[in-house]
Write a protein that binds this ligand. Structure first.
Ligand code: 26Q
Length: 843
């Protein structure tokens, strides 16, 4: 790490007036010859390889450099446009950005994929092999992190001035290995071979405070102030990652912070003569950005997680304020020119940190600072599970962030006094609304801080946003109904159709033109083809190729043979009880039972694929992985069964795996207990690629079904309302006795047939289904689930009808583009003007 002096000199240089002579270069060539010329240059001169080295790894690096140069000039032009346009900007604050690979995305958006492929081919190099060399940037757990990545893609494509702020974790989401049917976790050292896309910017490093204590004093004018002193500081060093828009010259920024020790660490401790302590302190500091927490529902109370959250919030806010002060003399226009979108409660400490910076450092009055803060922050909620709502113990907060705790208490006091003015004497209500939860150990409720400190609160699908208003956030909705709004999630069709499904892309382009790449609604032009027999055949031919590709992956990674003519039935997502992988497995057991009984008339052969990671501490989710693997072994080894039914668990599900899976899926399993899945986004990826959904009335499934029509969606299960009504007197035995299929499946599970050498292994799982306390109501939805699966099987056997439904699913998926989602955020929350990059002539 550079020392402080060096840092200052770098910043000075970078703040100096531009030397246009130095930096204005002619644009780089985008033709095959220029690209390949640069590729050869990087391979031989920069990487120093020669004809004896023909490693795809170095080819990949040389190609990435070649593309990065092209991104770099567009990046600079985009920055100039935003800076000089003095436009309003949004900052997307997120602890997770699940970006996946960048190479194909860069080629697609720069429109050079065909030229690169041809040029490499002449050198005897296969472009696809180079794509495979890149590690996934797996800096996220699942839906929330991938959503952030899709949002960035759409903002760049819409030319919206939006910057992502996150953490540059040294280790991303763990690699999942399956051994003897059990999940093992291995570290994901994704930066091991370097990251050709990122650009380190030490000149913009920030100092982040932790610990210490506060002092209060009165200035000569009699005003009260606070100081945060004796802190232990950590440096936040930004690494910028380019986010290219689709063929529009825009390149936005994802700025990821890395933690580094300050020099004092070494100096102070070194002078005290304790070298080992100095090294230890340095390690502590650098730990902050070491690893992503692999929980997709909260694991409360870990001090390091709170440090990460504050590290992100503080570094990002200071960075924005630094940029602001370069061009503005005060903060009067700050809230009309800046917006922070909080991706769940994880970065919500930003509310208190912005207050601290404005009041303590910039010396604004509290009321002015609060006006600015609460007009600048916007909060997105991603969960209804009460256990996932973040809370931090007050003692921990006080130790780690003493000044921030004071600020939160002040925010709370002022908020509660407004509440008691409106509802005098209503102490119950005050207790429910307070940012501080009373109890043996007081807790800071981050969701409350987020709502109080934001001008917008949104859910991520229609049902979810309704349930927030009626349930979890009811009291807040009563106070501020105008803050609450819905923004149904989406996914980017550039990655989730064009990049991952070239066969479908070509067919679509030939049929309806190419505009759907940036106007997904144009897919509706397909509807008229849905019943055209010739078109159906072309459609199904593309789908079959994709199924062959998926089948090869499954053979390679699981050793299981999926027949491409069977129905591919897929559930890939994080392992969680509410998502009910167990219900899916009960259906598998039912099919197995039928085959063993010889009940196989008009059978539809099925291949059932599971995939997903369990949080390392989530024992039940891990047992379910083991159960799936044990069932798969029994089913796949049985000659009588395996022609009709195959089961596989694909290890290490991740962005790159989904790029193979979604195009090859016939039936998408979206079977969460109604009211539990906020939205889901995998459901949208499957739909776009022509899968039919079997699902409950939960999350965005509702909107998917409305869009495609009920005949093309397999609905089952209790609704959110029915779930709520059933729960108090839920009696699973009633459902088990009432359906012979379920009682047989339960007996089969409890017989030990799938754990012959491991007695009792799955008892707890079986008991959970029989428990009246089962929150997920697995038994209650079994019958209607099996019926819906039967309808799906019959539908699949009538191939014209299936083809028609498949085409219509794609045709009706236009609403689920993040381009639409981002336009809604922009219309209702951000109010940004699109801004094209500056070109040479304009400068
Ligand atoms: C919190 C505290 C400590 C450690 C980890 C966490 C943590 C991390 C990640 C809590 C939650 C998450 C991720 C949540 C998530 O992915 N939610 C999903 O968000 C999607 C995008 O909106 C929705 O489609 C899904 O329905 C929702 O489950």
């Amino acid at each position: 790490m550079k020392n402080t002096h060096e840092l200052n000199s770098i910043s000075e240089m970078c703040e100096a007036d531009s030397h246009n002579q130095l930096t204005d270069l002619d644009p780089l060539g985008m033709d095959s010859d220029s690209l390949i010329q640069d590729f050869r240059h990087y391979f031989t001169h920069t990487l120093g390889r020669d004809r004896r080295c023909c490693s795809n790894h170095y080819y990949y690096k040389a190609l990435a450099q070649t593309l990065r140069d092209r991104l770099m000039e567009r990046w600079k032009n985009t920055r100039y446009a935003y800076d000089e346009g003095n436009c309003k900007r949004t900052y997307y604050l997120s602890m997770e950005f699940l970006m996946g690979r960048a190479l194909r995305n860069a080629m697609l958006n720069l429109d050079v994929e065909a030229d690169v492929k041809d040029g490499l081919e002449e050198l005897g190099i296969v472009m696809e092999d180079l794509v495979e060399m890149e590690h996934d940037a797996g800096l996220g757990n699942g839906g929330l992190g991938r959503l952030a990545a899709c949002f960035l893609d759409s903002c760049a494509t819409l030319q919206l001035p939006v910057t992502g702020y996150g953490i540059r974790y040294e280790y991303g989401m763990f690699r999942q290995v399956i051994e003897d049917g059990y999940q093992l976790e291995e570290p994901d050292h994704w930066l091991r071979d370097g990251n050709p896309w990122e650009l380190e910017r030490p000149e913009y490093a920030q100092r982040i405070h932790f610990g210490g204590r506060t002092e209060h004093f009165v200035d000569p004018e009699g005003k009260h102030h606070a100081r945060w002193v004796d802190t232990h500081d950590v440096l936040a060093v930004p690494f910028d990652n380019p986010v290219p828009g689709y063929r529009n010259g825009t390149v936005n920024t994802l700025r990821l912070w890395k933690a580094a020790a300050t020099d004092e660490f070494d100096l102070d401790e070194f002078n005290a003569g304790d070298y080992a302590d100095a090294v230890e302190a340095k390690n502590q500091a650098e730990h902050i950005s070491m690893v992503l927490y692999p929980n997709d529902a909260s694991e409360n109370g870990k001090a390091l997680r709170l440090r990460q959250q504050y590290f992100l919030a503080s570094a990002s806010l200071k960075d924005v304020i630094r940029g602001w002060k370069r061009a503005h003399k005060d903060f009067s226009e700050f809230s009309s020119k800046n917006c922070f979108q909080l991706n769940d409660t994880h970065p919500t400490i930003a509310v208190a940190e912005l207050m601290r910076l404005l009041v303590d450092i910039e010396r604004l009055d509290w009321d002015d600072a609060w006006e600015i803060t609460s007009q600048t922050m916007a909060y997105t909620n991603h969960t209804l599970l009460p256990e996932a709502l973040e809370r931090w113990s007050v003692p921990l907060f006080k130790q780690l962030l003493p000044r921030l705790l004071e600020v939160i208490y002040e925010i709370n006091a002022r908020f509660l006094s407004e509440v008691s003015a409106r509802w005098p004497m209503d102490t119950q209500r005050l207790g429910r609304l307070s940012i501080i939860e009373e109890g043996p150990v007081k807790q800071v409720r981050m969701a409350h801080l987020a709502i109080v400190g934001s001008f917008s609160v949104n859910g991520v699908a229609a049902l979810h946003s309704e349930l927030l208003k009626q349930g979890l956030f009811r009291d807040f909705y009563e106070i501020w109904p105008e803050k609450f709004n819905n923004k149904t999630n989406g996914v980017t069709q550039r990655r989730w159709m064009i990049a991952c499904n070239p066969g479908l892309t070509q067919l679509l382009n030939e049929t309806i033109g190419e505009s759907w790449a940036y106007q997904l609604d144009d897919l509706k032009g397909l509807r008229q083809q849905a019943s055209d027999h010739a078109f159906q055949q072309r459609w199904m031919a593309v789908r079959r190729e994709n199924k062959v590709r998926l089948s090869n992956t499954i053979w390679r990674d699981c050793g299981v043979k999926f027949d491409p003519d069977a129905l591919f039935d897929v559930q890939v997502k994080r392992m969680h009880e509410y998502k009910r992988q167990l219900l899916n497995l009960l259906h598998v057991l039912h099919l197995y039972d039928r085959i063993k009984q010889g009940d196989t008339e008009n059978w539809t052969p099925r291949c059932v694929l599971f995939g997903g990671k369990a949080a390392p501490g989530y024992a039940r989710a891990k047992q379910i992985i083991k159960l799936i693997n044990n069932v798969a072994r029994v089913v796949n080894r049985d000659r009588q069964v395996r022609e009709l039914l195959q089961v596989a668990f694909l290890p290490n599900y991740r962005v790159t795996a989904m790029e193979i899976i979604a195009p090859g899926t016939d039936l998408s399993e979206q079977i969460s207990t109604a009211g539990k899945e906020a939205s889901g986004t995998g459901n949208m990826k499957f739909m776009m690629n022509g899968a039919l959904t079997i699902g409950t009335l939960d999350g965005a499934n509702i909107e998917i079904r409305d869009a495609v029509g009920e005949e093309h969606f397999f609905l089952f299960g209790h609704s959110a309302q029915q779930v709520q009504d059933l729960r108090p007197h839920y009696n699973p035995e009633h459902f088990i006795q009432g359906d012979n299929r379920l009682s047989r499946v339960m007996s089969l599970l409890e017989s030990g047939h799938f754990n012959q050498f491991e007695p009792g292994l799955f008892d707890a799982i079986a008991q959970s289904i029989r428990s009246p306390q089962d929150p997920w109501l697995v038994a209650a939805d079994f019958s209607s689930y099996i019926d819906a699966q039967q309808r799906a099987s019959e539908h699949f056997n009538w191939s014209e009808r299936w083809a028609q439904s498949s085409i219509l699913n794609t045709a009706c998926s236009g609403f689920f583009s993040t381009d639409r989602t981002m336009q809604e955020y922009n219309r209702d929350i951000w109010q940004l003007n699109p801004m094209a990059p500056l070109t040479m002539e304009m400068k």
